[in-house]
Design a protein around this ligand. Sequence first.
Ligand code: S3P
Length: 434
Amino acid sequence: MVNDCFKVKSGSALSGTTTVPGDKSISHRAVMFGAMGKGTTQVRGWLAAGDTEASLATIQALGIQVDRHSQHELTIHGGKFQPPTGALNLVNAGTGIRLIAGIMCGQPFESVLDGSEQLRRRPMKRVITPLQMMGANINGTNDRAPLTIKPAQMQGIKYNMPVASAQVKSAVLLAGLFAKGATAVVQPGPARDHTERMLSAMGADIAADGDTVVVRPNGELRPMDLTVPSDISSAAFPLVAALIVPDSDITLTGINLNPTRTGLLDVLKAMGADLTVTETGLEAGEPVGTIRARHSVLKGTQVGGKVVVEMIDEFPILMVAALAAEGETVVRDAQELRVKETDRIAVMAGELAKLGAQITETPDGFIIKGPQKLKAATVYGHDDHRVSMSLSVAALIAEGETTVMDARCAGDSFPGFAETLAGLGAHIGVEVLA
Ligand code: S3P
């Protein structure tokens, strides 16, 4: 897909204080879980982006009334879901389809979950298998979307999750709310825990003990009143931009600092990044704070093991930081990157090569020897928001003017991405194509 493009020039430092839009993971959950709460849920700071709008439209298609006071402020009138009149369209939202699958398995009506061509290519067996083990009647086309779900009585299970995935964990726990008995998920790594935090705040009987999370159905969920903190996965782009562009010094406020999400900060610090993280309080049951990033001489590092899941969405931008760093960066255990919106290892290596980068792909990661000199070119986002944004940040250190084709998808998670960087002083503009 090719649509609007970003025009990016190097040579301008970033400075100033700003923030980024609301957390995507929490915004998906806020509308889905709010829909299940008995009463009205108030959400402020909601992320109005491609992926989350798909989740919102889905709960509305299920008969839930939502008052939209502004782009970012919603009142959700929770209650019983109604049978939808057609297939539910989750567009590009992997989180949307996998979480709603868990919820739909517990409903007394049939539903079909579908999305874009891109979503139809993504693996769904990872949710189909455990949900079927619980007794759910869920099937896919070659284990991919569209997914057809028919009513069935579910039973709690103990599920040893083979991949550290918050989406799979959440789908099983949500189905567990509608199952007989307790449902336990044993995770191989600390996948983001927003579902546990939010369900617990709604009065669900849910508890974690080490790597195991157990939910027991205990009746109605209470509604919520929450302000969504800013997304650290979006913050990652201006932060890395400031670290690699000489003379930069920026501060981002109100950022979600949930420790299951901050792996990138740990890795960047190990690379020598001048980052100051100050926790300022709690928002929506999540620690939030301010991050200051100043231009730094980065050095290569090794990434693998448990931190991978804590920064799973940040590897495309880590590649850019590694290109600017002195020495070798080696990433292992990150094979999940191959089944994101795109195969992010292959797509990023291929597109960065057009800017002159040399990246060695491995089955579960990559090796980058830096620092590398980049030169402007025309590159493509492949309808993957994090690819488009990472390439735009790489362009800030590429000599000349880079065109990032397929820029519109940045809005799947970070509407206003280019405007935010431009507001900090970067040379980036949006050119609207047909
Ligand atoms: C998410 C979980 C992660 C992440 C995605 C959001 C979530 O996916 O990549 O962007 O909100 O639960 P996986 O569970 O597939 O790792």
